[in-house]
Design a binder for this molecule. Structure first.
Ligand SMILES: [Zn+2]
Length: 182
């Protein structure tokens, strides 16, 4: 379990190893906002409770990296790790089945890799659909695929604790973080 690092502005930056977070606190480069008393962390000379959320003392400028690329990691996160045709979650798939990327309009028929043309499908549904449009094979999508918010995606694929979620939500608001409940 890592530590959530916030900018001086309270903007959630990333998850860092607890050891590194502790180093920042000891060097007074960050303050610990939340600690886990149950989890003491031993340094050279003393014991500290493990920091769960820290805030940097000085604001650091972080260039915004756009994550427009549809990687499977982000695609599956957007779709809640569920097949958008049969609705099965990743954990309900059988042996030898997996989540795949389905092109609603197949590439061979002019479809592209944009967010609005790709959905998560289990390998069984993807195979069944083959080179057809959903309407040609009587398959129906569970949701209309759309381009997700960058922030949603970045946090959806990370493991965060309920305490850390509270700080992420504080900064970004409720709506952006609905994916974190998966
Ligand atoms: Zn399926």
């Amino acid at each position: 379990m890592g530590c959530l690092a916030l900018n001086a502005s309270f903007e959630p930056l990333t998850i860092i190893p607890v050891r590194r977070a502790l180093r920042l606190v000891i060097d007074r480069k960050a303050e610990a906002l939340e600690v886990d008393e149950e989890r003491p962390f031993r340094s050279e000379s003393a014991e500290f409770p493990a920091p769960v959320v820290i805030r940097l003392v000085r604001y650091v400028h972080v260039p915004r990296r756009l994550r427009r690329q549809v990687t499977n990691t982000f695609l599956f996160a957007r779709d809640g790790y569920s097949c958008q045709y049969c609705g099965r979650h990743r954990r309900d798939l059988g042996y030898r089945e997996s989540l795949t990327r389905d092109h609603i309009v197949p590439l061979s028929r002019g479809g592209d890799n944009r967010w609005t043309n790709v959905v998560t499908a289990c390998s069984r549904c993807n195979l069944r659909k083959g080179n057809r449009l959903p309407t040609e094979c009587g398959m129906k999508l569970h949701s209309d695929p759309s381009e997700p918010n960058d922030v949603e995606l970045v946090w959806a694929i990370r493991r965060v604790t309920p305490i850390q979620v509270r700080y992420i939500r504080l900064f970004y608001g409720e709506e952006v973080l609905r994916l974190l409940s998966h």
